[in-house]
Design a protein around this ligand. Structure first.
Ligand code: GLN
Length: 487
């Protein structure tokens, strides 16, 4: 492979070349940085590019590789969504209120990647505070879908998905509260995993809705996803919600057949789906069947239709509480010309937050207020239990569920910005997974008019391995994940 094409590699391909000494991390990193130079003006996937740091880390990685001490991620360029704090590197969360925020510590995932020898090329654009499905709520600029620059990449991890799709990094980490890793992965034709709640540390993930948030990988294929999970998964003393269940070697699950697996197709997830997307899924399900899986067609998750309203009570409630810390006192933007302390806090928040963030704070504050708490927040928590029970019942009969990731292919920039409800509907298939705290994987499954479609695999808590197995087998039988946008 020509040195200037190295940016196209997956993690496992790059690793093989690095340890054989056929390429160096500095060469690989240069290639990725040149790729960013070449396409970033059109895609706009990065809020910050850390080119100098990347080249330093690459040189260090090369020393480590030469010393025979390489991990599968050593020397490989990664982008982190700008919701993940990085010591000494500006972390904006897509918001004016954190525009000049330089964290004094690393998120656990950032630290683990650094210890594995990763090379950070920059921070990914995102919807402000991860609230959105198109990356148009970024306070800075929208990211464009590499498959069609007039369309959105999805969100809120749109800058991460677009960067992976456009080969501006080898892989990325995003965050997923209601679909923000899986939906952009689907719209950009990359692999995205929302791990089980408690599988990956949230320490240093800027909080949106703490009972739903989870960090997950965006990669070019399923094998890479397994390699990244091997590094980021596992308990963390700094996040008491991480669970002390042993982390398997996820590459053990990468076997190319599905014999003995029962896969459910829940009808509720196919209602109101764009017909062509449904068509793609029908074909994909036949492929899974051909690989030896038994398809169970009569699985039902009857409370699915309450998932979206349930989410839009719980997520804004938690957000309204989490975002109370942005008062202009300790960090982030402060309004200085204020008359008194109250005026300072109000103006800081008035100018610092964008309209969607304010909408969520108002929704959440209302749902939690005295007199409404029982009617909204408490009720939503009860519905949450019912949704989780649906999955428990389904998983007594099947090993995983197969659904679309997004009800439509990528939509046009501006198409849903005036209609929040339309925007919220983008996550109708992904939100139930966060509500139940289980895991979901999106893999490329085909195209409609040149635009990618993702297949979502939903699994039992802490059973990411089975999802990776299904996704891997599917990728051995198809080549959708190998297609690259015509940038
Ligand atoms: N689109 C959903 C929202 O706006 C989910 C976002 C996310 O997963 N962070 O809340």
């Amino acid at each position: 492979m020509a040195v200037n094409d190295l940016y196209r590699l997956t993690i496992h391909e790059a690793h093989r070349l690095l340890v054989k000494g056929e390429v160096t991390s500095v060469e690989l990193t240069r290639s990725v940085l040149e790729r960013i130079e070449a396409v970033e003006e059109r895609v706009r996937a990065f809020i910050t590019v850390t080119a100098d740091l990347a080249l330093e880390q690459a040189a260090e990685a090369d020393r480590r590789i030469r010393a025979g001490d390489a991990t599968p991620l050593t020397g490989i360029p990664v982008q982190l969504k700008d919701v993940i704090v990085t010591r000494g590197i500006r972390t904006t969360c897509g918001s004016r209120i954190l525009e000049n925020f330089v964290p004094i510590y690393d998120a656990t995932v950032a630290r683990r990647l650094a210890e594995a020898g990763a090379v950070l090329v920059g921070k990914g654009n995102m919807d402000e505070f991860a609230m959105g499905s198109s990356t148009e709520n970024s306070a800075f600029f929208p990211t464009r879908n590499p498959w069609d620059l007039e369309r959105v990449p999805g969100g809120s991890s749109g800058g991460s998905a677009a960067a992976v799709a456009a080969d501006e990094c080898i892989y990325a980490l995003g965050s997923d509260t209601g679909g923000s890793v899986r939906q952009p992965a689907a719209l950009c034709n990359v692999v995205g995993l929302k791990p089980t709640y408690g599988r990956v540390s949230r320490f240093g993930l800027i909080a949106f809705a703490s009972s739903l948030d989870q960090i997950g990988p965006l990669t070019k294929d399923v094998e890479d996803c397994a390699l990244v999970m091997n590094v980021i998964a596992g308990p963390d003393p700094n996040d008491s919600t991480t669970v002390n269940i042993p982390v398997p070697d996820y590459t053990r699950f990468l076997i190319p057949d599905l014999k003995g697996l029962r896969l459910g197709v829940p009808a509720e997830y196919y209602e109101g789906i764009q017909p062509e997307v449904k068509g793609v899924l029908t074909t994909a399900i036949r492929v899974l069947e051909g690989l030896g899986a038994e398809i169970i067609w009569d699985v039902s998750l009857p409370h699915t239709r309450y998932a979206l309203p349930c989410y839009y009570i719980i997520a804004p409630s938690e957000a309204s509480s989490n975002l109370a810390r942005y008062d202009g006192v300790k960090y982030g933007y402060s309004y200085f010309e204020a008359e008194d302390v109250w005026d300072a806090m109000m103006k800081t928040r008035q100018y610092g937050f964008g309209p969607e963030v304010k909408r969520r704070i108002m929704l959440g504050t209302y749902a939690l207020s005295a007199g409404y708490y029982d009617a909204y927040y408490l009720k939503a928590q009860k519905v949450r239990t019912l949704i989780r029970a649906d999955f428990d019942r389904a998983f007594q009969r099947v090993d995983a569920l197969v659904t679309p990731t997004s009800p439509t292919v990528a939509f046009r920039l501006g198409e849903r910005t005036q209609d929040p409800l339309q925007m919220y509907m983008s996550d109708i298939c992904t939100i139930p997974v966060n509500i139940a705290g289980i895991c979901g994987l999106s893999v490329p499954a085909g195209f409609v008019d040149g635009l990618p479609v993702g297949m979502q695999l939903i699994g039992r808590a802490f059973d990411e391995g089975t999802l990776l197995r299904i996704g891997y087998a599917y990728q051995q039988a198809t080549d959708w994940h190998r297609r690259r946008p015509p940038l």
